[in-house]
Design a protein around this ligand. Sequence first.
Ligand code: UD1
Ligand code: UDP
Length: 370
Amino acid sequence: MNTRTSRILCVIGTRPEAIKMAPVILALRNEDWADVRVLATAQHRDMLDQVLSIFGIDPDIDLDIMRHNQALTTLTARLLLDLDDVLHAERPEAVLTQGDTTTVMSAALACFHHRIPVGHVEAGLRTGDMLNPFPEEMNRVLTGRLARWHFAPTYSARDNLLREGILDETIHVTGNTVIDALLNVVDRHPTVGLPLDPSKRLILVTAHRRENFGGPFRAICRAIRILADHNEDIQILYPVHPNPNIHTAAYEMLDGHPRIVLCKPLDYLPFVGAMQQSYFILSDSGGVQEEAPALGKPVLVLRRETERPEAVREGVVKLVGPNRDRIVSEAQRLLDDPAAYREMARGVSPYGDGHAAARIVAVLRDALVG
Ligand code: UD1
Ligand code: UDP
């Protein structure tokens, strides 16, 4: 029996990283060879804490990095300095990061300086456009150069990495851990917990992308208002992201409409309940594009490009861009045309089968303790 243990530091910064890393942390905790440590940079504060409590994860280290309306360069600089101290003190044998945020890119770079190998969960997503999404596409490319293990969710993500010269033997197609997290929550039969009108069809909205700040986001809000004005049989639920560039404009343009409910970000359980209860979803979120198809919910994506082409190819997710008229016409089609709706509401799960975390743990076990 192998008695060697290996210290693995799991780094999480924002809400989606916590949701998608939680299954890996929980799976590693069941392994007697793994000494799992959790580092929260807390690039997000309240939204991160919500998720951690749902999955029963209490970080061992918390950098409490978030500041109001934090700028990218300051955020990166502060992350690098604090991560350097943590790596000196912790001396992990491997570090895991998830996704494409500034926390991920900074952690990968800090580990490179310390010559600590990095496992990148959700590797290989690309749009091919460095400014869309911004800064995430650059964060992904840089993290791809820096990582030792690339846990690609799909074969097209693997192909993206191969095209960039990443060695085949370092890429492992595992599925996306978001489906592990989603199934865990669905099993708990979540409910929204808000006074919604059950006689009305629910449209769920989320939006937060930096490249949509300003004019594109205002166009999205105008489209939401037009849909609410013209359809008495719908209600629109929009949990507003706390980024002030989104929050201020959303409340200015949408608050007070009788068919629009604005609220704080929902905890992950009620949010999954809201997705299940929705008729369709308008979103620029990455995670929602992965979860909604598995729940059989159509998504109109409020972006020009996506790094998640699989569900678009399946016909269950459609790119409409931050374009007022396109959002209104495609949403109205889903409301008015049952055949078009059925075509997009087929339950498919191109991003995972709920066993991604187990595959990641198996790769790490082989690599770290043999
Ligand atoms: C960040 C990520 C983005 C990810 C998104 C998920 C970067 C640069 N951006 O975007 O890739 O898709 O998270 O949601 O890594 N805030 C709060 N409370 C919170 C979280 C944020 O008040 O719990 C506010 C703060 O004023 C903060 C601001 O939102 O300064 C922006 O946070 P930041 O993490 O820089 O960017 P996001 O837009 O959240
Ligand atoms: N989500 C949530 N509450 C909300 C909105 C989203 O729990 O009010 C979840 C959603 O189910 C998904 C994740 O947060 O798993 C997506 O986060 P976000 O859209 O902030 O980031 P992205 O995925 O675009 O990086």
